[in-house]
Design a protein around this ligand. Sequence first.
Ligand SMILES: Nc1ncnc2c1ncn2[C@@H]1O[C@H](COP(=O)(O)OP(=O)(O)OP(=O)(O)O)[C@@H](O)[C@H]1O
Length: 224
Amino acid sequence: MNIIETKALTKTFNQGKLNEVTPVKDISISIKKGECVVLKGPSGSGKTTLLTLLSCLSRPSSGGYWCMEEQVSRWTEKFLTRFRQKHIGIVFQHFNLIKGLSVEQNIYTPLLPLGLSAKELKAQASLAAEKVNISQRLQFKVDTLSGGEQQRVAIARALVGNPEILFADEPTAHLDRENSQNIMDVFTELKNQGKTIVMTTHDPLVEEHSSVDRIIEMKDGEMV
Ligand SMILES: Nc1ncnc2c1ncn2[C@@H]1O[C@H](COP(=O)(O)OP(=O)(O)OP(=O)(O)O)[C@@H](O)[C@H]1O
């Protein structure tokens, strides 16, 4: 089953204006359930924009997108948000953690709409934290952590809802070799559970990892 399928997916910003830009042009890809796929390409080639479309965070300007066999490109923001909450985990390039809140609170944020008890929220956060080796910082405010620690919190938050598909934008960019290896071990375990992973990277450790099934190269918004 193709868990992700796009047909001529295109995203244009500032249409009709002097600063119009089309970072994703006519992208047609199929990704099977359980695949681990890397998006690679020079800075500005459109990787993050494509990841944003695939993770249902933004809507295409044209073209079609089917995720888990639903034509999500036709949906409104409201339906996309619900779909995302249920099926998709996202690791953002700049983490998007909530300052002033603890690591634990940040990790369980995606679960808040589910109405779980405080005890259950804490238990789920603790499990996700363990996976990325950040348990010892659960009660720290995220603003007091190092870049690498914040990255691990961002990954734990993406995993906490047990998503079917994980999208990660440069998940090892701020990590040393040991922690990068640890994150790839986590991703390998997810893949072994049948989860689908799509990530962007510039990191050779990620590109060359045995869990990666396929590398999709982008240049100027197109697949090469
Ligand atoms: N919201 C936006 N409004 C206008 N232009 C945008 C927007 N988002 C992205 N762009 C432009 O689209 C192009 C591609 O950006 P994108 O972030 O997708 O590239 P990238 O391949 O992920 O780069 P990097 O490796 O540096 O993260 C850039 O020229 C960027 O300025």
